[in-house]
Design a protein around this ligand. Structure first.
Ligand SMILES: *Cc1c(COP(=O)(O)O)cnc(C)c1O
Length: 485
């Protein structure tokens, strides 16, 4: 049979020689390869032809650049490359990972893990239509806030509640709705930056409110607020300094004290809690965080907090407070742009419901379950995993069980540490240890289920607090061993 020009690909006599552009097959020829036909049947023409074209374009550029051997552009090699490309492009960019950093609520790793009932409720609600904004009693249009309002009021003692996308949005909306074009008084000790370019003074400006700073970095007194209040004051604001602590000669005005001033002067008081645990963490032996319900009881008119920090739910900004203030916030047009979608709303509803049975929370809520895992249990787990991990990283690395200090994370309780345990992996050779550690960290990140640890003091540390199922790590070890070989 005559060989068509575009099939002039296999040349025994030229093997080992440099490829020329004309040695590359056409897209059609590549698609006719039996191995590629199987891919075509599975994924269809659009994806395969697109990837084949991109592959051949890339190969052509390389061939023109020289130094590509003829053997590298034969059809079996190209169809294998095409298969790789197709697999790669169907691999989601968002991947599950193992968080062994020791930081439980890790913002870069997706913050809180959803509880099983939240996942189930979300699935059920997303699989078909639901009553997101439909009143099943009357058949009239409903309000999506009503899905969670009653429960949030029960849990916090507030008169009213609404939710938006995240707490940054909750703060922005609160300021815009209550203080646009007017003044907001905040202590200089509370002008926080929470990362990701969210700085209280900037948020204030975005909301169109004028920031009036009072007091000093370390000390702010009641009179500082009193003196700053005037006819143009729209709001007194407290911000929980969730990601830092000012220690030493300090003074802040409590919400209760400030609420008295606010009431006497006819100005509302808002508090941004950031993380907002709905249960007292101290009762689990964890560091204490202020609770939204305490803020309401203290007399705050509006309290904002996150859904995916200590609450352990989806990304959300929860706003609770008086009927009047929450009503104004809800009616403000920006609310429509910041409203929560049905997906996290379903997750939030199911998560809040867990709080109706607080006795079960340390079992039912993953965030609290991880935060309360006993150190001894984590250490025992490290001991059990020691040999298998040591074997996988030998002979270049040695592994030991170590005591570690973890963190709650997400800006919560920055100065408190969580006593934990895990594995420390150290290079055997002191020379080139830094490079060996980087290589190890890279190999861990490239595993099918990427393992994220942290490097400290010339060791790679795997804090096991967040590893509830040892098999998840054990299953990665063969691939790790291969990568390090
Ligand atoms: C985290 C935090 C926010 C922002 O909350 P997100 O839910 O991340 O948008 C706002 N204020 C404070 C004090 C915070 O700690």
């Amino acid at each position: 049979m005559m060989q068509r020009p575009d099939e002039s690909v296999v040349h025994g006599s030229r093997a080992g020689q440099t490829a020329q552009p004309r040695d590359l097959p056409s897209v059609d020829r590549l698609l006719r390869e039996p191995a590629v036909q199987a891919l075509l049947a599975e994924h269809g023409h659009t994806l395969l032809a697109g990837e084949a074209r991109a592959l051949l374009d890339a190969q052509r550029a390389e061939v023109i650049g020289g130094n590509v051997l003829l053997d590298d552009v034969v059809l079996p090699v190209l169809s294998a490359k095409l298969q790789e490309r197709v697999q790669e492009c169907l691999q989601p960019r968002m991947r599950a990972v193992l968080n062994l950093t020791g930081t439980v609520i890790h913002t870069n790793l997706g913050r809180s893990l959803l509880a099983e009932p939240a996942l189930q409720h979300m699935l059920t609600m997303m699989a078909g239509p639901n009553n997101l904004e439909y009143d099943l009693e009357t058949g009239a249009r409903g309000d999506r806030d009503s899905i969670i309002e009653e429960m949030l009021c029960t849990l916090t003692g507030a008169e009213a509640a609404t939710v938006v996308n995240n707490n940054a949005a909750a703060v922005l909306l609160t300021l815009a709705a209550l203080a646009r074009g007017r003044e907001v008084i905040v202590s200089r000790g509370e002008l926080v930056e929470i990362g990701g370019a969210f700085r209280m003074p900037d948020v204030m400006e975005s909301a169109g409110a004028r920031l009036v700073e009072v007091g000093t970095t370390n000390r702010t007194h009641a009179q500082d607020y009193e003196r700053a209040i005037n006819a143009n004051t729209a709001l007194l604001m407290k911000v929980h300094t969730s990601n830092y602590a000012v220690q030493g000669f300090t003074k802040a005005v409590s919400e209760a004290e400030l609420a008295d001033i606010a009431r006497a002067r006819g100005v509302p008081l808002a508090t941004d809690l950031g993380s907002g645990s709905l249960v007292d963490l101290a009762s689990y032996g964890l560091p204490r965080e202020p609770l939204p319900q305490e803020m309401i009881a203290a007399g705050c008119d509006v309290v904002t907090f996150s859904g995916d920090k200590l609450l352990g739910g989806p990304q959300a900004g929860l706003i609770v407070g008086s009927k009047e203030m929450v009503g104004r916030i809800r009616k403000f047009p920006m609310k429509r742009a910041l409203r929560m979608s049905k997906l996290p709303l379903a997750a939030l509803e199911a998560t809040l419901m867990l709080y109706l049975r607080p006795e079960r929370l340390t079992q039912d809520l993953p965030t609290l379950r991880l935060l309360t895992r006993p150190e001894a249990q984590i250490r025992a787990q490290a001991q059990q995993l020691l040999d298998a991990v040591a074997q996988a990283v030998a002979p270049r690395f040695v592994v030991s069980v170590v005591a570690l200090q973890g963190q709650i994370g997400s800006g919560s309780l920055p100065v408190d540490r969580l006593p934990s345990a895990g594995l420390a992996i150290a290079p055997v050779q002191k020379k080139g240890a830094g490079r060996a550690l980087d290589e190890l960290a890279t190999a861990l990140r490239r595993l099918p289920l990427p393992v994220i640890g942290r490097i400290a003091e010339d060791r790679l540390l795997l804090d096991l607090r967040c590893l509830e199922d040892s098999a998840q790590l054990l299953n990665q070890l063969p691939a790790l061993q291969e990568a390090l070989a």
